[in-house]
Design a binder for this molecule. Structure first.
Ligand code: PMV
Length: 327
């Protein structure tokens, strides 16, 4: 057994959103989703199983993590211990080069990097599909960050197998620019698991959300296949607005947006009316991700940067799969 391993993974931005579960224990998505993995943003995770530890210890960006986060990671590691037949606890160090827990998919890159590092350290030799299904247990979107480029995760039901993501096209297929307009560095007020539970139980739109997901997936697959930016952008905006409509209509209403989020949406719509092809999407947080052609990225970035409420703009492009690092 290797006991020590290190891995790197990138967050992803969902172009068609995952939201809702058919199985809460196994984290089985109620709808399919499609994402693009983002180069530039990274989570670096190191896992070391050790003798003599009374419990797992989690450090995020060098600081000890809170009880809730440590417990979540520890439960996830239990599954790896069970499969590998080991009983040692471990130290996990996770370092993000972007704001943690603020709607930038740190749980996606975090659990993808953790799955790879921990399974390797535990001596489990998993292929990408097995790794993706494992990462899904930590966070649904993490299943997608195991792969690079354009990635799909299918929906599942209680009786079915273990859904895993798969790659539609690699990161070189379509050199898009994704600009992340950061509107706050603060952690978001509601985690996605908690917010999903509220919408499932108490949003009048939840049923239609599930019913209409497959058609968005079809449109997105085809838009990517044809490298059709307008169709990708319109479908991504529709999926994002539909998700946030679902959230806002629940009781209590959940609004992840802030003033910067609105300003960025407005600016993107204005740019489009002036002939600049840019499209927005927003995950479970206030950050706005703007998709455009690489040659338009400097102009789009300049326009976003000067808006009130935008702290900074991070330029990204389609990025590679999660991978192990040499020890
Ligand atoms: O992976 P989770 O459980 O944090 O949920 C992610 C939900 C969204 O980011 C809003 C959508 C998605 O598909 O990534």
């Amino acid at each position: 057994m290797e006991v020590f391993a290190s891995a790197i993974a990138h967050p992803n931005v969902a172009l068609v959103k995952y939201w809702g579960k058919t199985d809460w224990d196994r984290n089985i998505p109620a709808v399919g989703s499609i994402s693009v993995t983002l180069a530039n943003l990274t989570t670096h995770s190191t896992v070391q199983f050790q003798h003599g530890l009374a419990q797992d210890r989690l450090f995020i960006n060098q600081a000890p993590a809170g009880r809730h986060q440590t417990l979540r990671v520890s439960r996830f590691l239990d599954e790896i211990r069970r499969r590998a037949g080991i009983d040692k606890f471990c130290d996990v160090h996770s370092v993000n080069n972007f704001p943690t827990g603020a709607g930038l998919a740190s749980s996606a890159s975090g659990f993808a990097a953790l799955s790879l590092a921990a399974s390797q350290a535990a001596g489990l030799n998993l292929d990408s599909t097995e790794l993706s299904a494992l990462a899904r247990l930590g966070s649904g979107s993490a299943a997608r960050s195991v792969f690079g480029g354009f990635v799909e995760l299918t929906a599942g039901d209680k009786e079915g197998g273990e859904p895993a993501a798969f790659q539609l096209h690699d990161e070189h297929f379509w050199p898009l620019a994704v600009l992340v307009a950061v509107t706050t560095d603060a952690p978001k007020p509601f985690g996605s698991r908690e917010a999903m539970a509220v919408t499932e139980a108490r949003s009048p739109y939840y049923h239609s959300w599930v019913q209409t997901a497959a058609q968005d997936i079809e449109k997105m697959r085809s838009a990517i296949q044809r490298r059709d930016l307008q169709s990708l952008g319109e479908t991504a905006e529709h999926s994002a607005l539909k998700l946030h409509g679902l959230l806002m209509a629940s009781r209590p209403g959940i609004l992840y947006w802030n003033g910067g989020t609105f300003a960025a949406i407005e600016a993107v719509v204005r740019m489009r009316s002036e002939g600049l092809a840019a499209y927005f999407t927003i995950d479970a947080g206030p950050q706005v991700k703007v998709i455009c052609r690489p040659q338009d990225a400097p102009a789009v970035s300049d326009r976003l940067q000067v808006l009130p409420g935008i702290i900074r703009v991070l330029p990204c492009r389609p990025g590679p799969a999660a991978r192990l690092l040499e020890n």
